[in-house]
Design a protein around this ligand. Structure first.
Ligand SMILES: [Zn+2]
Length: 596
C-alpha cells in the first residue's frame, strides 16, 4: 500500500516562487540573496500556517545552493539541494522553542553554532515559537544573536511578536507574514485538486478557503479530510456537510421571506435549519454575518470587505441593492441583542424564534415617513438615538422651582415616530410610549389606541409639514408633561402618576430640565419611570438631546441627614449622584444595573 503523505507536506513549497500569498517577503529575500546582503538574524512573524517555517527552509536551501539561479531560486539538482530535499542536510537545525525553552537547550544550540559547516556555506538555525523561550534563555541567546559566526544564520519564527523582547527585535531583520487571502488559498487548492485528480466544485474549494481563515495548513488538512470522506468528489453541499456549515442559500431564502413579512415561512425555514442540528447561536451568528456582508456589499468602497464564497458574491450585491441600510442595521441590532441574550435564554429555540419574529416585523416598523420624491425612507425604532445621546454636564440647580402653567399648545410634530409596537417586545418602555395615544396630538387623544392605518394616515398628512426640532420651552414641556401623566393614568400606573404629579419641573437650559422630588421615595419612583419619560419627552420635542435629571429637594434632604443614621447602599448612591450628577449620567449612558 502506498504511503499517504498529507497534502500540507506533499505540497510544501520548495521554491520562493511557489510560496502562496507572501510575495512581499519572498521577493525581498531573493533580492537579499542575489545581492549577498543577507542579515544574520531574521524574525518571521505572522499567524500560524502561513508559510514561516516553509520560507525559512527555502531560505536555508537557497543560500546553500551551489548553482544559484539568476532569479534567486535554488537549482534543486546540486548535492546541497538534494540533501535538503531529502531532509538529510546537516546545515539546517530546527529547534522548537515551545518544548526546548530552557537555558540549557539554548546553551547546547550556542555550542553547535561555533562549528563551521563541513559542506556548504551556511548553517541555518530555525527557532520556532521563539516567544516560548524563558527570559533566561533569551538572555543567554542575546550575545550569540548579536555577533554570530559568519557561517551562522538564525531564523526566529513566532506567532506572537509582541512577546519578543525588544533586545531581540532590534537584532533581527523582521518579516511580517500576512494571513493568506481566501482567493489565494482557493487557487492553490484548485492546483492541488488538478494534480491529484480530485473532482472539486470551485465553490467547495472556496468554502474550505473561507473556513481555514488564512491558514494554508488548515486548508490543506481540511481538503485531505473531505477528499477521503467524499471519495475525491467534492461538491458544495458535501463540503458544507462535512464542515458543519450552514448553506448560505438558506439566508437568501430567509431574506426573501423577511422581505415579504412571511412569518410562517420564516419560522418553517428556521425549523428546517434547527432539524439539521445547527445550534441556535450559530444560526444567529451566521445570520449576523450575512447582514454584515450585505451591508458592506452596498458600497463599492467597502465591497472588498465582503468575504464570501466567490459564487455568492453577485448574489450579495444584488440582494443588498434592494434593502435599505436602516433595515440591515436594525436587523444587526436585533441579532446582536439575540446573541447576547442567548446564553441566558432557557428555551434556546424559542429565543431564536422570538428574534426572528422581530426581524419579520422590522420592515413594517421601519417603513414610512417622508418624502416628496416618493422614495420611502425607513427608520428603525431599534436604533433610536436614545442610546447614543451626549452626556450633558448639567449645572447644579440654581433657579428656583416654578410651577408651570399649562396652555393649549400646538400639536407636536411626530414625524420621527414609528408606528405602533407590532414588533417591539412588550416589556420595552419605548414600545409603551409609542403605543399610547396620549402622545399623539390632541385630536387623537380621545381616539383610543390608534391603529397602524390611522397612524400611517397621520404621517401621510404630516408629510407636507416641516419637521422641526424643538428645544425646551415651558409651554411645550408642560404639554409633554401633561400628556405623559395622562398616559400613566390611562395605563393605571397610579403610583408613578401621583409621584410625578407632586414633582416640580424646572427648565435649566434649552436641552436640560430638572424634576424635583420631595422625598427620596418619590425620587425613586420617578427614577423608575425615567426611560419611558425620556423617550416620551425626546419624541415630543423631536430632539434626542433633550435630557432631564431627577433631583431631591435639598431641604427634604437635610432632614434625612439630621436623622444621622448610617446610610443604606441605595441612599449612598443617591447622595453620591446628587453631589456628582455625572455618576448618574455615566450609569445611564452605560446602562448599568446597580446592586444595592
Ligand atoms: Zn542547488
Amino acid at each position: 500500500m502506498e504511503n499517504f503523505v498529507v497534502s500540507a507536506r506533499k505540497y510544501r513549497p520548495q521554491h520562493f516562487s511557489t510560496v502562496v500569498g507572501q510575495s512581499h517577503i519572498t521577493t525581498t529575500l531573493k533580492n537579499a540573496i542575489l545581492q549577498q546582503h543577507l542579515a544574520h538574524a531574521f524574525l518571521f512573524c505572522g499567524p500560524r500556517g502561513v508559510g514561516k517555517t516553509t520560507c525559512a527552509r527555502i531560505l536555508a536551501k537557497t543560500i546553500n545552493c551551489e548553482n544559484l539561479g539568476k532569479d534567486g531560486e535554488a537549482c534543486d539538482t546540486c548535492n546541497s539541494c538534494q540533501s535538503f530535499n531529502n531532509g538529510a542536510s546537516f546545515n539546517i537545525h530546527e529547534l522548537d522553542a515551545a518544548s526546548n525553552n530552557s537555558v540549557d537547550d539554548i546553551r547546547d544550540l550556542i555550542e553547535q553554532v561555533r562549528f563551521a559547516p563541513q559542506a556548504g556555506k551556511y548553517k541555518i538555525y530555525i527557532i520556532d515559537e521563539v516567544h516560548m523561550l524563558s527570559s533566561n534563555a533569551f538572555n543567554a541567546f542575546l550575545k550569540t544573536l548579536e555577533e554570530p559566526p559568519a557561517h551562522a544564520i538564525f531564523i526566529l519564527a513566532t506567532t506572537e511578536k509582541h512577546k519578543i523582547l525588544p533586545t531581540i527585535l532590534s537584532r533581527c531583520q523582521i518579516f511580517d507574514f500576512k494571513r493568506i487571502t481566501p482567493a489565494d488559498i482557493a487557487t492553490h487548492l484548485e492546483e492541488i485538486a488538478t494534480k491529484e485528480n480530485i473532482q472539486a466544485e470551485p465553490t467547495a474549494l472556496h468554502v474550505i478557503a473561507q473556513k481555514s481563515d488564512g491558514c494554508m495548513r488548515d486548508a490543506l488538512s481540511i481538503l485531505d479530510k473531505i477528499v477521503s470522506f467524499t471519495n475525491a468528489n467534492l461538491t458544495y453541499s458535501n463540503t458544507l456537510e462535512h464542515l458543519n456549515l450552514l448553506d448560505e442559500d438558506y439566508f437568501f431564502k430567509l431574506l426573501d421571506l423577511l422581505d415579504s413579512e412571511d412569518l410562517p415561512g420564516v419560522l418553517t425555514i428556521y425549523d428546517e435549519i434547527d432539524k439539521k442540528g445547527f445550534d441556535g447561536d450559530m444560526v444567529l451568528n451566521n445570520l449576523s454575518e450575512f447582514f454584515r456582508n450585505l451591508l458592506v456589499s452596498r458600497d463599492p468602497r467597502s465591497i472588498s470587505l465582503l468575504q464570501v464564497v466567490e459564487g455568492f458574491r453577485n448574489r450579495y450585491i444584488t440582494a443588498a441593492a434592494s434593502i435599505s441600510p436602516a433595515y440591515m442595521i436594525g436587523a444587526l441590532n436585533i441579532l446582536n441583542e439575540a446573541e447576547i441574550g442567548f446564553k441566558q435564554a432557557r428555551n434556546k429555540k424559542l429565543h431564536v424564534e422570538f428574534h426572528l419574529i422581530k426581524l419579520t416585523h422590522l420592515k413594517q416598523a421601519v417603513t414610512l415617513v417622508e418624502d416628496d420624491s416618493a422614495i420611502k425612507k425607513k427608520r428603525v425604532d431599534e436604533i433610536k438615538p436614545v442610546a447614543f445621546r451626549q452626556i450633558t454636564f448639567a449645572p447644579q440647580k440654581t433657579k428656583p422651582s416654578a410651577k408651570l402653567v399649562i396652555d393649549n399648545p400646538r400639536p407636536p410634530v411626530q414625524a420621527k415616530e414609528p408606528p405602533p409596537d407590532l414588533t417591539a417586545p412588550p416589556e420595552k418602555p419605548l414600545a409603551r410610549s409609542i403605543a399610547s395615544p396620549s402622545q399623539a396630538p390632541a385630536e387623537t387623544v380621545s381616539g383610543g389606541l390608534g391603529s397602524l392605518k390611522k397612524i400611517r394616515e397621520q404621517i401621510q398628512n404630516r408629510k407636507q409639514e416641516h419637521v422641526e426640532v424643538f428645544t425646551l420651552n415651558e409651554e411645550r414641556l408642560d404639554t409633554a408633561w401633561a400628556a405623559y401623566l395622562q398616559k400613566l393614568q390611562e395605563n393605571n400606573q397610579v403610583t408613578s402618576l401621583s409621584n410625578l404629579k407632586m414633582a416640580k419641573v424646572t427648565i435649566i437650559d434649552e436641552l436640560v430640565f430638572e424634576i424635583m422630588a420631595e422625598t427620596s421615595i418619590q425620587q425613586q419612583f420617578i427614577e423608575s419611570e425615567k426611560v419611558g419619560l425620556l423617550i416620551h419627552v425626546q419624541d415630543f420635542f423631536n430632539n434626542p438631546k433633550v435630557q432631564f435629571m431627577v433631583q431631591l429637594n435639598p431641604s427634604a434632604n437635610l432632614e434625612e441627614v439630621v436623622k444621622d443614621q448610617p446610610l443604606s447602599l441605595r441612599e449612598q448612591y443617591f447622595k453620591m449622584i446628587e453631589r456628582y450628577p455625572i455618576i448618574k449620567e455615566m450609569r445611564d449612558q452605560l446602562n448599568l444595573d446597580l446592586d444595592y
